[in-house]
Design a protein around this ligand. Structure first.
Ligand code: HGY
Ligand code: MN
Ligand code: MN
Length: 365
């Protein structure tokens, strides 16, 4: 960013903000950006493409003359939920949605607290509200991202114009059994927490399948068995459910069906089960003014595009609460993402940069 002549600063939660002034210092900023953090064994394009494309677009606009509005490129901190269980921490703090109390309890799988990780980097969790930005200083936000699905590839489209971003609901479910000797305990004298957890995993899948016509999906992606020895009947199991949807009623119905299934399993297996709703957000609409600009550019440049929804969550979900927001999707091979095999062709990235550059120009001229 500095090499491109942007003034760079870090905000109180570690978002990195590069800014290029326009001719009118009081004009609200036109912003692009994404994230650089990823998931365990993740790929090299989720988030990173949006940051690099944003820098390329700003460098191109800078070389083609000054614009009225300042341009900003933001690298959001901690977008992924995989380390601390909270998604989009950086953009939540920027949009006044910091959950300071919940974040003060957050720990990573190694038991390291978010508070310590921030402190070791010179940040103070109690000051993260200082990261929030005011509405009238921002004109619009546009994020370029890989689709992380195979819709564009199958439809042979080069650009996805996002209309709605699915909302995440994340649950932590704790199953309490009784740890006993795996060899000397008769089968009818067991309260095996992992058997109950396995029933929950299957229930989550069948409930989500019933709701899949509404675009609702659910996964149990993480499971922790204690004490975790092969010759001990599991006494405690923690499992984390990731539920997403673009239709609020379907999300609510899915959540209720999961709660009903869990209580039936708890009774039937005689293993008490607790559900902690860690996160429950609503689907977010992109702003039609920005959506239309992206669509008009695709039409005038004869780029095959498709309006679509995003099943994955993004920082744009939060920025949409602060300013008119849009997202530009580019295809990724086989729809594979959150996987080391994640790949996007350079030609597709270039098409994305072209559309992003023209959208930012249109907004900032
Ligand atoms: O989980 C998500 O939707 C995003 O990758 N953080
Ligand atoms: Mn991701
Ligand atoms: Mn991402």
């Amino acid at each position: 960013m500095r090499g491109a002549g942007l003034a760079v600063h870090f905000d109180p939660i570690g978002n990195i903000i590069g800014r290029l002034e326009g001719t009118d210092p009081n004009a609200p900023a036109v912003i692009t950006g994404s994230h650089l953090d990823t998931v365990p064994e993740g790929g090299g394009y989720d988030g990173a493409v949006g940051v690099v494309a944003g820098l390329a677009a700003i460098k191109f606009l800078q070389s083609s003359g000054t614009l009225t509005h300042p341009l900003e490129l933001i690298i959001f901190a901690a977008e992924e939920s995989s380390r601390f269980g909270f998604m989009t921490i950086g953009s939540k703090a920027m949009t006044g949605m910091a959950s300071r109390y919940a974040w003060s309890k957050a720990k990573d799988p190694a038991g390291v607290t978010l508070e310590k990780v921030l402190r070791d980097r010179g940040y103070n969790l109690r000051e993260v509200d200082g990261a929030s930005r005011v509405k009238d200083k921002i004109k619009a936000f546009v994020e370029l991202h890989i689709e992380q699905g195979s819709f564009l590839e199958n439809a042979e489209k080069k650009i996805g114009v996002v209309e709605t971003i699915a909302a995440p609901t994340m649950l932590k479910i704790t199953v309490e059994g009784v740890a006993k000797h795996a060899g000397s305990t008769p089968m009818d004298d067991r309260h095996d927490a992992l058997v109950s957890a396995a029933m929950i995993v299957l229930a989550v899948q069948s409930i989500a399948l019933e709701q899949s016509h509404c675009g609702t999906v659910a996964t149990v992606g993480q499971l922790k068995v204690s004490p975790g020895a092969m010759n001990v009947i599991p006494g405690l199991v923690e499992l984390w459910v990731d539920l997403r949807g673009v239709e609020q009623e379907s999300i609510i119905e899915t959540l209720q069906d999961i709660k009903d299934a869990v209580s039936t399993i708890a009774d039937g297996q005689e293993t008490p089960i607790a559900i902690d709703v860690m996160l429950s957000e609503k689907p977010v609409q992109m702003h039609e003014m920005v959506v239309q600009k992206i669509e008009d550019i695709c039409i005038s440049d004869k780029i095959p595009y498709q309006r679509m929804n995003s099943g994955a969550g993004h920082d744009a979900m939060n920025m949409a609460r602060l300013t008119p927001t849009g997202m530009i999707f580019i295809p990724c091979r086989g729809g594979i993402s959150h996987n080391f095999e994640e790949f996007t062709k350079l030609a597709d990235i270039q098409t994305g940069i072209e559309v992003l550059t023209k959208t930012l120009y249109d907004l900032a001229k």
